[in-house]
Design a protein around this ligand. Structure first.
Ligand code: NDP
Ligand code: MG
Length: 384
């Protein structure tokens, strides 16, 4: 029986993880659940799953939850408690599914304490990829990708990387793949979040619309599979049936297919190296009338180009890109800026922010903080 801690349990990945675990109660125990504010949602999860620990990052939410949780559930609060649960001696597996850089510290705590880390929080690799990979090597932690493309590549590489020429991440192209660029600045948060294929949280949905999500995934793949940017390509595949490709030097190309449903990748991260049922329906290829593949239009998806540039630049640039993106997406969701302003704000922040070496977690956090301030001042010059 594996004790599982789900960081970000009330989110889209968190709830899907609970759904897969519920199919295999003899294998997995819901040891700990965490969230930020959503204590009412967490109350329901506590009644259903009876975790030993719950952490609410927000203290007020923890107080409200304490009054209503069933007896036996211990409610903790704050970021320190997130780290304590991620590294708890009785935690076996950690699902890192907090959104954004808020997930960095707890992901790091899980990695340094040698857990199986099922990594959905791609932002933590973008921010501190070198540190996380080195820490996993030292502690013996297993870093298992949950992002569907990276899970696909991980599955295709089970025979090893020998003869690998390149990988190709598939991208749906998001809701604005064919919208005339001139109309994009009128795009609303609701339209940007209406993803044609995947049901996800708001932040990653906007990232999919700008294709910054794929940009972050290129950086994630660089660290996970230790490949240079020249060996990581992106191809648009609107049907989201093929979840990525691995090209080998004998002319073979391996890929993993499946319906667009995160439970497959989550299930594999839990059961690796074996497999188990996930609740996902079997793919019927005769129902797929056509599978299309297109090169991304870099004028339309400027964020993708900015992510490649930041990866080439290295050092603090990917962290700066991520921070500026989080600030810009938040401003867009709060209707302070237009859709096309997102890439402009990131580009300006990258041009202003100093480039530095990030050798410690503290320096990663400091660069994140500084880059956020710069991005905010780019949005509202009166703040600078
Ligand atoms: P959601 O927005 O649906 O959920 C986010 C979770 O994180 C919630 O539980 C939320 O709690 C918690 N959270 C938010 N802010 C904080 C904070 N400051 N401190 C602690 N907890 C916090 O996100 P998703 O599930 O869509 O995405 C999670 C991660 O997985 C992201 O990094 C995303 O890129 C990645 N991912 C997601 C995919 C998907 O299909 N959704 C696919 C591939 C990767 P609360 O409810 O209280 O706000
Ligand atoms: Mg993905």
């Amino acid at each position: 029986m594996k004790n599982v801690a789900i960081l970000g349990a009330t989110g889209s990945i968190g709830l899907n993880t609970l759904a897969v675990m519920s199919l295999h109660p003899e294998k997995y125990n819901v040891f700990a659940l965490t969230a930020n504010n959503s204590w009412r949602e967490m109350e329901k999860l506590c009644i259903k799953h009876m975790p030993k620990f719950v952490v609410m990052a927000n203290e007020g939410a923890a107080e409200s939850l304490r009054k209503v949780v069933p007896e036996g559930v211990i409610v903790l609060q704050g970021e320190g408690a997130l780290n304590d649960i991620a590294s708890h001696k009785n935690t076996d597996f950690v699902m890192a599914a907090i959104v954004g850089s808020a997930g960095l510290s707890s992901t790091f705590a899980a990695v340094t304490s040698g857990k199986r880390v099922m990594l959905a929080n791609k932002e933590s690799l973008v921010l501190g990829g070198n540190l996380l990979v080195a820490a996993a090597k030292e502690s013996g932690a297993e870093l298992i990708p949950v992002d569907s493309e990276h899970s696909a590549i991980f599955q295709c590489l089970q025979g090893g990387k020998q003869g690998l020429n390149k990988i190709q991440l598939t991208a749906s192209g998001g809701p604005f793949l064919k919208t005339p660029i001139a109309e994009l600045n009128k795009a609303t948060p609701k339209q940007a979040c209406a993803h044609p294929k995947w049901k996800m949280g708001q932040k990653i949905s906007v990232d999919s619309a700008t294709m910054m999500n794929k940009g972050l995934e290129v950086i994630e793949a660089h660290f996970l599979f230790q490949l240079s940017s020249s060996k990581i390509e992106v191809v648009i595949h609107p049907q989201s049936i093929i979840h990525s490709f691995v090209y080998f030097n004998d002319g073979s190309v391996l890929s993993q297919l499946g319906l667009p449903d995160m439970r497959s990748a989550i299930s594999y991260a839990l059961s690796y190296p074996s497999r188990q049922t996930s609740g996902v329906e079997e793919l019927d290829l005769t129902k797929q009338t056509s599978l299309e593949f297109l090169s991304p239009d870099m004028d339309r998806f400027k964020c993708l180009g900015l992510a490649y540039d930041a990866l080439e630049q290295g050092q603090s640039s990917p962290g700066t890109l991520n921070a500026a993106n989080e600030v810009a997406v938040d401003a867009f969701l709060n209707k302070k800026i237009g859709f096309l302003d997102i890439s402009k704000i990131i580009e300006k922040t990258l041009a202003i922010a100093p480039i530095s070496r990030l050798d410690t977690l503290a320096s990663v956090v400091e660069n994140d903080y500084l880059s956020r301030q710069i991005a905010r001042s780019v949005i509202e010059p009166s703040l600078s």
